[in-house]
Design a protein around this ligand. Structure first.
Ligand SMILES: Cc1cc2nc3c(=O)[nH]c(=O)nc-3n(C[C@H](O)[C@H](O)[C@H](O)COP(=O)(O)OP(=O)(O)OC[C@H]3O[C@@H](n4cnc5c(N)ncnc54)[C@H](O)[C@@H]3O)c2cc1C
Length: 434
């Protein structure tokens, strides 16, 4: 891997700022179409947080097309089910049979270590001849007569036909298109990815387990063939709501989960306590392209993580862009770059808008309290577990054009829930009190 110093770089067609999962996957997608690509990563080394990632069929379909799915399978875990439970009483609310889901969508739902997925794309980029440069912080972008230029923090510059900014939530390039700032949700995530023996008890790693509770939730699944346990504990920070700077601290973690069921409480002492992730997204923007500079991944559409689609959307972005680049190559080898960027923006901005806004709503549903929580539970229990009408819009094939984008699901209003009937929570609780 080269660092940003030394002789002038060879010319490339595409510069990508940021070598996260979004940047590397886009680099590989473009390189396999015969495009010359350079990735400029600010960090001294390419890398990812050492925690888990869920990847749904709309991503594994693309990994299959890239010839990377077998490697991903060998490094990840294919859970049998995803089970949602109430975090307070521990009772099951609904489930997805992931073998059936794979039959439905043709590709698996997998969980894997982020480092492993990032490593797959890094190796694929090396194999495809992508120029990978670390220690290169992009501080500015300019359009030129023939394409676009990036300015590096160390004073150097580089240029290409197009520049893709995959520089994450705090994207510098986003400032070309919007004056917006990340939006704080006042929620914070704690993570842990640890050897399974450290769990100190039997944990079912054949399932992705999600406990949803008042202003908190807890996710658990296995990694690396079941050798590792991955946990995510997310809660709303009272200190954030009070406007305090020092929010999301471990004392708040313990308080947030004190009222949850025994299964969830048993997982909390295992969380990493030396770091935590405050949860931000951004309001959707529909313009991602400024001349020959385009946003991709979290730079364009950082979501709250509740649909587990952030990295997946980034991978879809690169796949869609590369398909449009390939489709706009003329007989003489020239490419209509601006046409490709326009086609990319036309389809991805609306899809990602839907995911970002639905993730917010899905998080609100997970975190309900009081009567609304009981209604949510009743609705989820009433769901037919083979009903895929809520996931078709997201897990189906990635659209290449706005016309291919599937319709959204129809939300069910909470007040439709039968909480007072003989099987409803409120009915049960009333009988228990009688
Ligand atoms: C708790 C949690 C759980 C999640 N779970 C899931 C999940 O299960 N499934 C899923 O699909 N998504 C999940 N996500 C979301 C997912 O992690 C992100 O959406 C995804 O990693 C975004 O990838 P990216 O490459 O666009 O951005 P990033 O991962 O942020 O990468 C940006 C890269 O750009 C580099 N960079 C930044 N600035 C510059 C610069 N100026 N110049 C050069 N380089 C720069 C950075 O060093 C970094 O390498 C989760 C997120 C969180 C917080």
């Amino acid at each position: 891997m080269r660092v940003a110093a030394g002789p002038p770089a060879r010319p490339v067609d595409v510069l990508i700022a940021g070598g996260g999962i979004g940047g590397l996957s886009a680099a590989f997608a473009l390189a396999r179409e015969g495009v010359r690509v350079r990735v400029l990563e600010a960090a001294r080394e390419f890398g990812e947080v050492g925690a888990g990632l869920q990847i749904a069929p709309n991503c594994t379909r693309i990994l299959h097309e890239y010839g990377l799915l077998d490697e991903a399978r060998s490094l990840g875990v294919l859970p049998g089910s995803m089970v949602m439970r109430d975090a307070v009483d521990g009772r099951e609310l609904t489930r997805l049979d992931l073998a059936d889901l794979e039959r439905e969508y043709g590709f698996p739902y997998m969980v894997m270590h982020r480092t492993d997925l990032h490593g797959i794309f890094l190796r694929a980029c090396r194999g495809a001849g992508v120029d990978l440069i670390t220690g290169a912080r992009v501080s500015g972008y300019e359009n030129t007569a023939s394409g676009a230029r990036v300015l590096l923090a160390d004073g150097r510059a580089d240029e290409a036909r197009i520049v893709i900014a995959a520089d994450g939530l705090h994207s510098v390039a986003r400032g070309l298109l919007s004056g917006d700032e990340p939006v704080s949700s006042a929620y914070v995530a704690y993570r842990a990815a640890i050897p399974v023996e450290r769990a100190g008890r039997d944990v079912d790693l054949g399932e992705v387990s999600v406990h949803v509770g008042p202003h908190c939730h807890f996710v658990r699944y296995g990694l690396r063939g079941g050798e590792m346990l991955n946990q995510v504990a997310v809660f709303r920070s009272p200190k954030a709501l009070a406007g305090e700077q020092d929010w999301g601290t471990p004392d708040e973690l313990d308080d947030a989960f004190a009222g949850t069921c025994r299964d969830v409480r048993a997982g909390i002492p295992l969380m990493w306590r030396d770091r935590w992730w405050r949860m931000y997204d951004r309001d959707p923007i529909m313009t991602w392209v400024d001349g020959c500079v385009a946003l991709l991944g979290d730079a364009a559409h950082p979501p709250l993580q509740y649909l587990a689609q952030g990295a997946v959307m980034a991978i879809e972005d690169g796949w869609v862009l590369a398909r449009h680049v390939a489709a706009r190559r003329a007989g003489d080898g020239s490419i209509d770059w601006r046409g490709a960027l326009a086609a990319y923006e036309a389809v991805r901005s609306e899809h990602c808008r839907r995911v970002v806004t639905t993730a917010r709503a899905w998080g609100e549903l997970w975190h309900l309290d009081g009567d609304a929580r009981l209604r949510r539970n009743a609705l989820l229990r009433a769901r037919d577990i083979r009903d895929y009408s809520f996931t078709d819009w997201i897990y189906g094939p990635t659209a290449l054009t706005p016309e291919e984008e599937p319709p959204m699901f129809t939300p069910i209003p909470l007040d439709r829930a039968d909480v007072l009937g003989p099987t409803g929570d409120a009915g049960r609780e009333a009988r228990a009190r009688a």
